[in-house]
Design a protein around this ligand. Structure first.
Ligand code: HEC
Ligand code: HEC
Length: 297
């Protein structure tokens, strides 16, 4: 049985351990300190579980709350970018086409973001910088099927041409040959007439058109007047209201070879341009309309 002894200097009891006459005082760690230690330990486990903690090779364990300050910062920067962007696109949306073209600051933004939008959405058909491809008209020249009014172009982008959209613009070159309206010879006649007017050589490809005989040109003129003029105009200059191309301007969507032109009349042409209503926001279509109508400037 150990004897409880009290140290007379400090007033503490002793533990009963003694070395060379030195007695160990019974002074346990205060309860409060133990509680604090336990509390801190539990808190750190909880914190470790909830917050990013354990270092991995290139990041930390995300923790239950998934807090990521780097991502939060990136978000913040992105939000600020959007806000900045909204300032000029808001202005773009609320300003008329006619006024935008005189606003140099706004037009500078239109040029840079227009180029990017065009590259992403349009260049695969209309070519780099809108220079066009066979079957796809150039947008970088001064020739327009439908006119160069940016407001009208924006509407074309919304509804498309021969597209699925309910309000699509319709460009319809009928298939006069395969529908049986004109036979092969009549088509050659009218193409000879068109090429003559467009100052294209009549015998570009051997034997396709025997060098412009007077009778062919005369017959062609007659056919043109009765069959083609309604859409392409008496002067062959086209009609922008229905997207009928000018046949004298040396710009040919489907090529200027005799065989290609005969094919246009034999099988018809309906160029397909998708509607961008569901794919691009109104302000993006506005940017693109301004971008393509100023490409040739
Ligand atoms: C899938 C191919 C395709 C894509 C992609 C395309 N287009 Fe077109 N686009 C056409 C075709 C084909 C025509 C000519 C339709 C016709 O023959 O009447 C056309 C016509 C146009 C016209 C009318 C040209 C004129 O002379 O009046 C404009 C403007 C135009 N496209 C702009 C754009 C813009 C801007 C984009 C990108 C958002 C775009 N296109 C994407 C195929 C495409
Ligand atoms: C109903 C209206 C209409 C009539 C009639 C019509 N065309 Fe067209 N033609 C068009 C349209 C619209 C286009 C453009 C089609 C497209 O690109 O989608 C076109 C395109 C063409 C092209 C291709 C032009 C190019 O840039 O490559 C030629 C060539 C042509 N027409 C010749 C004729 C001739 C010749 C006749 C008479 C035999 C004729 N067309 C009658 C509407 C018409």
């Amino acid at each position: 049985m150990s004897i409880i002894e009290r140290d007379k200097h400090s007033g503490h009891t002793t533990t009963g351990h003694e070395w060379d006459g030195i007695k160990e005082l019974n002074t346990p760690v205060p309860k409060l300190v133990i509680l604090c230690l336990i509390g801190a330990f539990l808190f750190s486990i909880g914190y470790w579980y909830l917050m990013p903690s354990w270092p991995l090779v290139d990041r930390f364990l995300p923790g239950k709350l998934g807090i990521d300050e780097r991502a939060a910062l990136t978000d913040e920067i992105a939000r600020a970018e959007v806000l900045k962007k909204d300032l000029w696109t808001d202005k773009l949306e609320s300003t008329d086409f006619g006024d935008i073209v005189y606003d140099d600051q706004l037009m500078a933004k239109v040029q840079t973001s227009g180029a990017r939008l065009f590259e992403d959405n349009c260049a695969m058909c209309h070519g780099r910088n809108g220079i066009g491809n066979l079957n796809y008209p150039s947008l970088a020249d001064e020739v327009w099927l439908w006119g160069d009014d940016p407001e009208f172009v924006a509407e074309t982008l919304r509804v498309g041409i021969n597209s699925e959209h309910a309000k699509t613009r319709v460009a319809m070159m009928p298939a006069f040959g395969s529908m049986g309206v004109l036979d092969k010879e009549s088509i050659k006649d009218v193409i000879a007439f068109v090429r003559d007017n467009a100052r294209l050589p009549l015998s570009l490809e051997a034997n396709t058109l025997e060098a412009g005989t007077k009778t062919r040109l005369k017959a062609g003129a007659e056919i043109y007047k009765t069959v083609c003029a309604a859409c392409h105009g008496q002067d062959l200059k086209g009609n922008q209201a229905i997207g009928a191309p000018n046949l004298t301007d040396r710009h040919w969507i489907y090529g200027n070879q005799t065989a290609q032109m005969i094919e246009s009349v034999w099988s018809g042409r309906q160029g397909h341009m998708p509607s961008w209503e569901s794919r691009l926001a109104p302000y993006q279509r506005k940017i693109l309309a301004l971008y393509v109508t100023t490409l040739d400037n």
